[in-house]
Write a protein of this length. Structure first.
Ligand code: HEC
Ligand code: HEC
Length: 369
């Protein structure tokens, strides 16, 4: 080896050694990739300042289920409350009809007993919603005070009809738990526990809740056939002369089973709610309007409607069939309003119900959720 070659070799060796010794232990969190179900929109609602990571989602899940997040450090069970008290996993993150904390299906503030303004909402597929959150869509880009799921986390912790906490108490409770510092470090780079980080982690977890694993999804992919009854229900659901549900609740071309838009679907002749869509937009045509909920997992997410007035799906179908109430604000997409409903036969209603059952994710059917 001549001198130049030797010098070159030594330089290479040095560079190699330097790279090895400078490589720090890996601290970057792992990006979380949303597995977008077949046919779903690909535009995700993820704020630029809160990219999803595996570590953030794992931390968010623990916080979401943590009964101390409301800020009580004692062990008095009557003082505890987590997000999961109202958003129950086995009910598509809705309140459910067998909730041990709210046996009547009506959510209330932990220490105030004050009823929530509206029925609880399911939390799946929110990452695909770009139209605003809450029944009236008031949490959206146009609202300077509350526009994101991050904001909703904070609101839920503080609200006197929800967790009844304070920022100081919530922080103290989470800081007192030795499991958290490592997890905050893994998710956000340091052990510091702040309200903003709590909001971010829980929002990441909520965005990770995707529903798209039902019999109907396999049908869409051509992997499983629907029974003749389910298929007939599906045809009724998606045709104007049938049950005509698809304009607001989606179809195979819109498999979220909601447009995420706002309609008055004819529940009441006079809307008595001060928190309808109109209360937010000020547009009279929005009186009595609410966001059309997704019908995915609808069979496990009773009670139904913004006020939880219907306790089972048969009541909902009877309403659409013969109970529509006239008002000038009912959406023009709600056909047959003058006749009070669709007036389908009992057999047709059972077919629609059979179709709605195909929208239930496998996890709920096999009990793994
Ligand atoms: C006491 C019951 C209760 C608790 C506890 C609760 N929520 Fe909710 N949540 C509700 C109700 C009721 C709504 C519907 C609000 C409305 O539209 O008026 C809702 C709506 C939401 C929404 C909007 C969903 C959508 O589709 O627009 C999100 C997101 C949410 N909650 C997340 C959380 C998180 C995260 C926590 C914990 C920090 C939490 N909630 C705790 C009752 C609760
Ligand atoms: C004009 C739009 C529109 C049409 C058409 C429509 N819906 Fe709805 N649907 C809504 C809205 C809006 C809500 C929420 C209303 C509320 O809570 O006040 C809703 C609520 C529901 C709910 C309750 C879901 C929950 O989680 O609370 C079910 C179930 C439902 N609709 C099924 C159907 C079926 C089945 C059809 C066809 C027969 C249908 N809808 C037709 C707009 C519509």
């Amino acid at each position: 080896m001549n001198k130049t070659k030797l010098a070159g070799f030594c330089l290479l060796l040095l560079a190699g050694l330097l790279t090895v010794s400078c490589r720090k232990p890996r601290t970057e969190p792992t990006p979380y990739v949303i597995d977008i179900p077949f046919g779903f929109p690909t535009r995700l609602n993820i704020p630029a300042d809160n990219p999803m990571t595996e570590e953030g989602v794992a931390l968010g899940k623990l916080l979401f289920e943590d009964e101390h997040l409301c800020g009580y450090q004692g062990s008095d069970p009557d003082s505890l409350m987590s997000c999961a008290y109202c958003h129950v996993r086995s009910h598509n993150y809705d309140i459910g009809d067998d909730n041990p904390h709210f046996p009547d299906g009506i959510a209330k503030g932990r220490s105030t007993g004050k009823r929530t303004i509206h029925n609880v909402m399911p939390l799946t597929n929110l990452v695909f919603n770009n139209e605003g959150y809450f029944w009236n869509g008031s949490v959206c880009a146009a609202n300077a005070n509350a526009s994101s799921i991050e904001d909703i986390v904070r609101m839920a912790i503080l609200a006197d009809d929800e967790m009844c906490g304070t920022e100081a108490r919530a922080l103290a409770a989470i800081r007192a738990d030795s499991r958290y510092p490592e997890m905050f470090k893994a998710a956000f780079g340091s052990e510091e526990i702040t309200m903003v980080r709590i909001q971010k982690a829980i929002a990441q977890y909520v965005r990770s809740l995707v529903s798209g694993n039902s019999k109907f999804d396999r049908y869409l992919k051509g992997r499983e056939q629907l029974t003749p009854q389910e298929l007939h229900g599906y045809i009724l659901f998606t045709t104007e002369e049938g049950a005509d549900c698809f304009h607001c609740h989606g179809s195979d071309g819109s498999p979220l089973f909601t447009t995420n838009l706002f309609y008055n679907n004819g529940l009441d002749a006079v809307c008595m709610d001060d928190h309808d869509r109109y209360a937010f937009t000020g547009d009279v045509m929005d009186k009595g309007a609410y966001r059309a909920p997704s019908l995915r997992n609808v069979m496990v997410s009773a009670p139904y409607m913004h006020d939880g007035r219907f306790t089972n799906i048969d009541e909902v179908l009877t309403f659409y069939n013969e109970g529509l109430q006239f008002s000038p604000y009912v959406s023009p997409l709600m056909h047959k309003l003058e006749e009070g409903g669709r007036h389908l036969t009992p057999a047709e209603l059972s077919d629609i119900k059979a179709f709605l059952e195909t929208l239930t994710d496998d996890e709920y059917l096999n009990g793994s959720k």
